[in-house]
Design a protein around this ligand. Sequence first.
Ligand code: SF4
Length: 325
Amino acid sequence: MGDKEKLLEVQNLKKYFPVKGGVLQRTVGNVKAVDDVSFDVFKGETLGIVGESGSGKSTLGRTILRLLDPTEGKILFEGDDISTLSNRKMRPYRKDMQMVFQDPYASLNPRMSVGEIIEEPLIVQKVLSKKDRKDKVVDLLQKVGLPAEARDKYPHEFSGGQRQRIGIARSLTLNPKLIIGDEPVSALDVSVQSQVLNLMEDLQDEFNLTYLFIAHDLSVVKHISDRVGVMYLGKLAEIGPKHHIYNNPLHPYTRALLSAVPIPDVERKREKIKLKGELPSPSNPPTGCPFHTRCPEVHDRCKVELPELVHQGEGQYVACHLYTN
Ligand code: SF4
């Protein structure tokens, strides 16, 4: 992505949640949900972030948007350090960074009409007259493929896919630059998933959007992403251009995840790699490489030494001792 402009820079970001114990409820440890993660997001691209539940990917998204305060590290948005800004100082950035949630029903207020839901951010930010706000609501509904009459209905009157369209319309109200999708299609039927993904792609072109698209499954982000990052136990295992990640995955964890994705080409059947054991607890991660307890290629060094994320060429980075000297 050589000459592309950076919209977002995440530098050594950590988000730990204290674990309380004993009668006095003292902090006895930390859940290291996000543990020293660094990457850039370039203007106009879609970066997919993939990982099992418990990998820290959703916490990463929420911390970038400052819905959670980072424990350490930096978040730069268009070069401005927003990692420690107060709520008041964050306000101008909030309109530029929006989130689309997994469960559109839970994220839409059931007592508000669709029109009120989409209009609300405009009222809060005091950016348009009443008439212009109403026009904008109708325009956004049409952009996401819903009729103008939808504004007078309530969320429960819509299907899951339509509700996600409403969530997307609301996220667009303030003309954001970055949208973080936290598993935005995971709760939808497969046939509806591709419609919503196509809609998001069309809107990206029309509104010049940059996406950070979080999913638990490599197949969901394949079509929409330009680059893909794979998270394991709060850390990035691998990140790179989509074609490298899907055609030449280097990290044993990425290879295992990909082996579970069906491929249409019958000549190129992949052998499914079955990982042993469960994802360890992020409050007690393994020493050395966090993946060593399940890795089919583990060797002695992996148990004691944490592998760094190292550039392997053409924008592909991997954290694995198989690729270090
Ligand atoms: Fe597997 Fe070792 Fe690489 Fe970790 S560092 S992924 S344990 S080979």
